[in-house]
Design a protein around this ligand. Structure first.
Ligand SMILES: [Ca+2]
Ligand SMILES: [Ca+2]
Ligand SMILES: [Ca+2]
Ligand SMILES: [Ca+2]
Length: 406
C-alpha cells in the first residue's frame, strides 16, 4: 500500500505540473490540425459541392484530432512519471531541486559548516561531485560547484570513486579527499572555512604521486599515531584489459600509503604487504587487534579480502574513544572531537563509519598523541549540539563517553 500511495502521489503531482506545461501545447496542436483539416475538407467540398461530404469529413477529423491530442498528452505524462519513479525520493511531494543526477560511488557524511546538520559528499565517477547541504526545512541543495569541490583544479570532473572527509592539516575544519582513475590525480581539498575549498593536491604532493594510480577505498588516518593524518588508498585500474592499450597503467596496483605532516604527503614504505599488487576496491579501517593502532581490511576483485595488521603504529602514544549518544544518534556518528596534547598539537576527528568505498569502518576513534603523555583538553561536539569537555586525559586511556542528557 505504501508504494502504491507513493506512486499515486507522484502521479498526481506529476499530472498537475505536467498538464499545466503541456495543455497549451496540445491545444495549439489540435487547433492547427483542425484548421488544416477544415481547409482540406473545404477545398474538397467546393470542388464536389456536396455538403454531406463536408460535414462527415469535419466530424471525422474532429475525432481524429482529439484522439491524437489525448495520445500525446498521456504519452508525455507517463514518460514524466516513469522518469521520476527511478528516484527513491517518492515519500513526499517532490521539487525539481531534489533530483541529483550522477553515478554515486563513494559517499561521506559530516557537518562541514557547523550548523549541526550533515553535509553529504558524493564522488561521482567522471561527473561533477556533489556536496549536498541540508537546510532546516529538510531540503538538499548541491553546493559542490560553488564550494570548489565538484571539479579538479583544471575545472574537469575526475572519475571520483572513494571519498573521505577529515581534517588533514589540523586547522579544526574537515577537508575533502576523493580518489580518481589513472591519468588523473587524486583530489585533496583544504577547507578555507568560508564555505569554499582550495584544491591542494599540487602543493601537498598528492597530485604527483597519484597520476598513474586508480584509487577506491580510502581514508585519511593516522597510522603511526604522531597526530598528523596520513593517507591510505586501495588501488587497481577499473579495466582488466588496460595493459593491452597502455604501457604505464596497471590493472593490479599496490595500495598507497602516504605519510602526512599537516602540510605535505610523502610515500611511505611500510613493509612487504604494501608492495603486493591487487585489483583493490573496498577498504575498511579499525583497530582489529585492539593494540592501539589502526588496521586495514582491503577487498579485491577475484581474491579473498586481505587484513593488513598495523605493527608498530602504537609506538607513539594514543587514546581510544568510544561514544554513546543519548540525544544524538546512539553511535554518536557525526560527533566532532577536538583535542590538544600537552605539547600543544591540536587535532579534529570525526566519528564516522562511512566514507571510503563500499566499506564500513570501526566507529571508535583512535587519537595519536605522538610523544605526549596526555591530552591537555578533549572536547566532543555531539550532533545534537551538546558540548562535552574533559581535561588532562592520560595516554593509553580507553574512554567510553556518554552524551550528556541535558
Ligand atoms: Ca551542515
Ligand atoms: Ca582542515
Ligand atoms: Ca601520522
Ligand atoms: Ca591495531
Amino acid at each position: 500500500m505504501g508504494s502504491l500511495s507513493r506512486v499515486l502521489a507522484v502521479a498526481s503531482n506529476t499530472f498537475r505540473e505536467t498538464i499545466r506545461e503541456r495543455v497549451l501545447y496540445n491545444l495549439v496542436f489540435f487547433a492547427v490540425l483542425m484548421t488544416l483539416s477544415g481547409l482540406l475538407l473545404g477545398h474538397l467540398s467546393i470542388r464536389q459541392d456536396e455538403k454531406i461530404i463536408k460535414d462527415l469529413g469535419l466530424a471525422a477529423m474532429d475525432v481524429f484530432g482529439t484522439v491524437i491530442a489525448i495520445f500525446i498528452g498521456v504519452g508525455l505524462v507517463s514518460k514524466e512519471i516513469e522518469r521520476r519513479s527511478l528516484y527513491p525520493l517518492l515519500a513526499k511531494p517532490l521539487a525539481r531541486e531534489e533530483f541529483f543526477v550522477g553515478k554515486f560511488l563513494g559517499v561521506a557524511f559530516a557537518d562541514l559548516d557547523g550548523d549541526s546538520r550533515p553535509e553529504i559528499y558524493v564522488a561521482n565517477d567522471s561527473e561533477p561531485a556533489l556536496l549536498l547541504h541540508l537546510d532546516a526545512g529538510g531540503r538538499f541543495t548541491d553546493l559542490a560547484l560553488a564550494a570548489g569541490v565538484a571539479l579538479n583544479e583544471d575545472g574537469a570532473a575526475v572519475a571520483g570513486m572513494g571519498a573521505d572527509l577529515a581534517d588533514w592539516d589540523n586547522d579544526g575544519r574537515l577537508d575533502v579527499f576523493v580518489t580518481a582513475l589513472s591519468g588523473e590525480t587524486y583530489s585533496l581539498y583544504h577547507n578555507r572555512g568560508d564555505g569554499s575549498f582550495e584544491y591542494a593536491s599540487g602543493r601537498t604532493g598528492v597530485a604527483q604521486v597519484s597520476l598513474p594510480l586508480s584509487g577506491w577505498g580510502t581514508r585519511l588516518l593516522d597510522f603511526d599515531n604522531d597526530g598528523y593524518k596520513d593517507l591510505f588508498v586501495a588501488q587497481g585500474h577499473v579495466l582488466d584489459t588496460v595493459e593491452l592499450t597502455s604501457e604505464q597503467f596497471k590493472y593490479r596496483q599496490p595500495p598507497l600509503l602516504l605519510k602526512g605532516d599537516g602540510r605535505r604527503f610523502v610515500r611511505w614504505a611500510a613493509g612487504e604487504a604494501l608492495r603486493y599488487p591487487w585489483a583493490g576496491r573496498g577498504a575498511a579501517f579499525g583497530d582489529l587487534d585492539n593494540d592501539g593502532d589502526v588496521d586495514v581490511v582491503v577487498s579485491s576483485c577475484g581474491e579473498r579480502p586481505t587484513l593488513l595488521r598495523n605493527d608498530g603504529g602504537n609506538r607513539n602514544r594514543w587514546i581510544e574513544l568510544r561514544l554513546t549518544g543519548t540525544r544524538s544518534n546512539r553511535d554518536g556518528l557525526g560527533a566532532l572531537i577536538r583535542s590538544v596534547t600537552d605539547s600543544g598539537l591540536s587535532q579534529t576527528h570525526l566519528v564516522t563509519t562511512a566514507g571510503s568505498y563500499q566499506s564500513a569502518s570501526d566507529r571508535r576513534v583512535l587519537l595519536g598523541l605522538g610523544a605526549s603523555s596526555r591530552l591537555r583538553s578533549l572536547e566532543v561536539r555531539w550532533p545534537s549540539g551538546a558540548l562535552q569537555r574533559l581535561e588532562s586525559v592520560a595516554a593509553g586511556s580507553r574512554l567510553a563517553l556518554r552524551e550528556p542528557e541535558k
